[in-house]
Ligand binder design. Structure first.
Ligand SMILES: [Zn+2]
Length: 433
């Protein structure tokens, strides 16, 4: 009798797994076709031959490389999240979620330790099974000459982010499930705990703590510093100090950023930027960053994210409770606070975060457009925006005009083609005045 029941349960558990695998395979094929056969590296006919046309600023070899690379990039971007959902689903429907909990309960460990080990098992399963995808992604970058073939260092980075993510998942899920076991209104309480953490992460850490570890020295080029201070004065921003940071031993990517508020406002320029950017490009970049500052984007973004977190916890938490009430007995999840529910909790939240990503990206692109506009008005020119986009797209083999779905889901900035066209219009308007 028992054996028959056991066999039966093994049988009906196989079906949802195979179904999910078939869905994943179909999704991967559809997005493969989408990734390779949409939006070639070119522009609308009306912009042919202008600064927005990749053929005017990229070599045929760079265009060919970008076309081969962008297919992979797009495909991995869509497929890796779906793969993670599949893994969590297999843990649930395959009975691993309940079996691992039972095995750990037999060890008679303290509850906190048992929970930490359980999260470690689940997170290791997710990270190890996703490793081949991430490795292939890195291999593609190496193959196209964008990264050095330093796989050991890469693996070390992967391990580091594994540990960091593990700690974050442990703290967040642990707090959530602990609250579930104790309080009815756990969702609101969880959010109230997250708010000060978010504020710390956005306002206190970068302003007061990160600079302590930042190895910077005052900018050595007085002429550049004078130009920067002049720019800041026009933006009505008081600059405490302009720093340069040695980054050329780590990367050849150029960057410059601003941090702090009020009296702690500081500008940090990477030495790579001092070498590869013209004065106009450096000033334009800083004007763009000051645009973010003047327009209060950090504050706006924080409010947006905290409200988003409230909605996510509310909806995700509600779905999770419904799921456990309805399907819990079938998958061996006893109640919402049972640690065997963790894969379901992760699956739901990762899925919801992915589903709402287009809203986050649209909000981010809105801020970037505002900062671009601000920088053009402050510096009085958009020429630097154009030359910088040309350099960056061809050096980093960026996709100048990603297709719509990719743009909606993953573009934090307007596309380079869009930004160049916008700059050209600004220059045209300026010429008319
Ligand atoms: Zn920006």
């Amino acid at each position: 009798m028992n054996q028959v029941a056991g066999m039966e349960s093994a049988k009906w558990r196989r079906k949802p797994i195979f179904l999910a695998m078939a869905l994943f395979a179909a999704y991967a094929v559809i997005f493969g076709i989408y990734a390779w056969y949409t939006a070639p590296v070119t522009v609308l006919a009306e912009f042919a031959g202008t600064a927005a046309d990749p053929e005017t600023y990229m070599t045929p070899e760079q265009i060919a490389k970008t076309e081969s690379l962008r297919g992979w990039r797009r495909w991995f971007a869509f497929v890796i999240p779906a793969w993670e959902w599949l893994v969590f689903w297999v843990l649930i429907a395959g009975g691993f979620a309940a079996r691992w909990r039972d095995a750990l309960e037999r060890l008679r460990l303290p509850r906190v330790l048992r929970y930490a080990l359980y999260v470690l098992l689940v997170w290791t399963a997710a990270s190890l099974t996703a490793l081949p995808f991430h490795f292939a992604n890195q291999y593609i970058n190496v193959y196209h000459g964008l990264a050095a073939p330093a796989y050991f260092g890469w693996l070390l980075d992967y391990a580091t982010s594994f540990v960091l993510d593990y700690v974050i998942v442990l703290l967040l899920a642990g707090t959530a499930q602990w609250l579930m076991s104790r309080y009815r209104r756990w969702k609101l309480k969880l959010w109230l705990i997250i708010v000060p953490l978010g504020v710390f992460y956005v306002f206190i850490y970068p302003v007061w703590i990160a600079p302590l570890y930042d190895t910077v020295k005052p900018l050595s080029d007085e002429r550049v510093e004078r130009a920067i201070r002049d720019l800041a004065a026009r933006a009505n921003v008081t600059v405490d100090q302009v720093y340069e940071k040695e980054m050329s031993s780590v990367t050849n990517v150029a960057n410059a950023h601003v941090t702090g508020i009020g009296s702690t406002f500081r500008i940090v320029i990477w030495d790579t930027a001092l070498r590869s950017w013209s004065d106009e490009e450096l000033l334009y970049t800083l004007a763009h960053e000051m645009g973010h500052y003047v327009k209060q984007h950090v504050l706006l973004q924080t409010v947006y994210e905290l409200l988003g977190a409230l909605a996510l916890i509310g909806i995700g938490g509600w779905m999770y409770e419904r799921f456990v009430a309805r399907w819990g007995p079938r998958w061996g999840i006893r109640k919402p606070s049972d640690m065997a529910g963790l894969p379901m909790l992760l699956l739901l939240f990762l899925f919801l975060m992915f589903a709402t990503q287009p809203a986050d990206m649209a909000f981010s692109r809105y801020q970037e457009r505002e900062a671009d506009r601000y920088a053009m008005e402050l510096t009085g020119s958009a020429q630097a925006r154009i030359t910088q986009a040309h350099k960056f797209v061809s050096a980093a083999l960026q996709d100048p005009n990603p297709p719509l779905l990719y743009y909606w889901w993953f573009s934090t900035h307007p596309s380079y083609t869009e930004r160049i066209i916008y700059s050209m219009r600004f220059e045209e308007e300026r010429g008319r005045k």
